[in-house]
Design a binder for this molecule. Structure first.
Ligand code: ADP
Length: 508
């Protein structure tokens, strides 16, 4: 048996799997990662990622897998990190993570200097303080001693592990797409932007395609990990790209939604459009495609909130708690529903960009039940999903969407999404390892085990067990009407929520 070893260097943990030529997943192993979180400073120690990788590999050898059976190593990881390393490849300080917002004023400086239009035209994205470019400027201006030790800034957590495995400084176009300094169409760094901030482009890693060889396993890495020396290590890709591949979304006309704590809806596209809508564009693994991603700040966290308010207080944050919630809304009929819920508990990024937006129930009556309110909450998120789906699709239509992430464990919610969006919903089973499986696709393409990413998806992902939810005609009709009212709520209430914030500020 031959395998590809695939690792996903995530935020809460590192996951490793071995994938056989038939697409079977073996040796699933996970190691937790600690996050240092102080105010708006969110950091991790890159050595922990590296340690997790060699610990996982050693679990495999102890379970009887043979290192010579591993034909390639491939990795996915967090994007928008800033990981300064020295000439030996060791981290100069802890990695500044994507969620860290210390570089907001540097992002404003870049915006003022380059202009929003130019940034959008080249990168296909807006500029914000989460991106790597402003974080590099922050480090140069605030930590000169660390900056002077830095030889290269890596961008994804998996780039650091690849450096330890091979000695090469590389990254991939998916990770680089939200670093804030890559020409998205040409898939190369915009060197003159770096010049204009007196940064040399030698500080940036080389850009390689996900299925290209980043390097071969060094003797030192072989001693630690147990993998054979000279095993090819591929460039891999940022986790959003790997998740898109793992969801089987490789061609135009396909779409998926990720319902994690927060979420996103994404599809492959061949053009940059929808400026100002909050949509991001990434380079997809198939070279001729981009991924358009609509981020949602309100997804599983909203379901969890419903659980904390309407659920059984003894069953919070448990699968029993979720089941209880589904029970109390079981007989709720959308054709007589009057309550609509706007799900913006945490503000929203797309299709509106309003950090002050808030959640609202509209249409409460003396007869409204707890079950109806719960159903309205889950429907509200489904309507937010439909709204960004429509934004992404424009004139195009879609009849099927894949749903992944923790939220897709809720059967009731999956059916609501099928009914509200009036399309078939497919939920792959055991989606926890989808990003690692997605990045394994790069290995399949590299080794010639698959002709293309689309071939990998058709032959190996479509065969995996999944559940299907078909829209129920009566419900879809009822939701169609409620959705038209839903669309009116934010514009009608936005002025009010801003006034509430202003009153709060004034009373401080
Ligand atoms: P993340 O890595 O973003 O936390 P996950 O894919 O692990 O994402 O999803 C976590 C989310 O899934 C949480 O918001 C949790 O409330 C939600 N979740 C987990 N199980 C269920 C369930 N059975 N029904 C609904 N939501 C669930």
């Amino acid at each position: 048996m031959q395998y590809i070893a695939a690792f996903d260097i995530g935020t809460t943990n590192v996951k490793g799997i071995l994938v056989s030529q038939d697409g079977d997943i073996l040796g699933e192993t996970t190691r937790p990662i600690h996050t240092y979180n102080e105010e708006n400073r969110i950091e991790q120690d890159p050595e922990e990622w590296w340690k997790a990788v060699f610990e996982i590999a050693n679990v495999w050898w102890q379970s009887g897998f043979q290192p010579e059976a591993v034909k390639a190593i491939t990795l996915s990881g967090q994007m928008e990190d800033c990981i300064p390393i020295d000439g030996e490849g060791k981290s100069v300080r802890r990695a500044i993570l994507y969620s860290d917002s210390r570089a907001d004023s540097e992002a404003q400086r870049i915006l003022a200097h380059l202009g929003e239009e130019e940034i959008w035209r080249k990168t296909g994205n807006h500029m914000d303080g989460q991106m790597t470019f402003p974080k590099i400027l922050w480090l140069r201006d605030h930590e000169q001693a660390n900056f002077s030790k830095t030889a290269c800034f890596l961008i994804s957590s998996k780039d650091y592990v690849i450096r330890q495995l091979t000695g090469r400084n590389i990254t991939d176009p998916t990770s680089a797409a939200t670093a804030g300094m890559m020409n998205l169409v040409a898939r190369e760094w915009v060197s003159n932007w770096l010049d204009s901030f007196a940064l040399e482009s030698s500080y940036l890693p080389e850009l390689l395609a996900p299925d290209e060889i980043a390097g071969y396993l060094t003797e030192a890495a072989s001693l630690l990990t147990g993998f054979k020396m000279n095993t090819p290590v591929l460039c891999g890709m940022g986790d959003a790209g790997a998740t898109t591949l793992g969801a089987g979304v490789t061609e135009l006309g396909e779409m998926y939604a990720y319902l994690g704590t927060t979420g996103w809806v994404a599809l492959p596209t061949d053009e940059i459009s929808l400026r100002g809508s909050g949509i991001f564009h990434l380079a997809h693994a198939p070279k001729d495609l981009l991924i358009a991603i609509a981020p949602l700040l309100n997804a599983g966290n909203v379901h969890n909130w419903a659980l904390s308010v309407f659920g059984d207080p003894n069953l919070l944050d448990s699968q029993e708690g979720f089941a209880y919630l589904e029970e109390i809304m079981a007989n709720s009929d959308p054709s007589i529903r009057q309550v609509i819920f706007l799900p913006y508990l945490n503000g929203e990024r797309c299709p509106i960009q309003d950090p002050e937006a808030s959640g609202s129930f509209v249409g409460l009556r003396a007869t409204t039940t707890r079950g109806e309110m719960c159903a309205a909450v889950l429907e509200g998120v489904a309507m937010a999903v439909r709204q960004v789906m429509e934004l992404l699709l424009g004139e195009n239509e879609i009849r099927r969407i894949t749903l992944i992430g923790g939220g897709s464990k809720s059967r009731a919610w999956n059916q609501i999404i099928a009914d509200v969006c009036d399309c078939n919903v497919v939920v792959p089973k055991d989606s926890e390892y989808l990003p690692a499986l997605g990045v394994a696709a790069a290995g399949f393409v590299h080794l010639g085990w698959s002709d293309s990413y689309a071939d990998f998806s058709r032959r190996l992902l479509a065969m995996r067990p999944s559940e299907q939810y078909l829209p129920k005609e009566r419900n879809a009709r009822a939701y169609g009407k409620l959705y038209q009212n839903y669309l009116q709520i934010y514009p009608a209430l936005a002025i009010l929520s801003r006034q509430v914030v202003e009153v709060e500020m004034a009373s401080r």
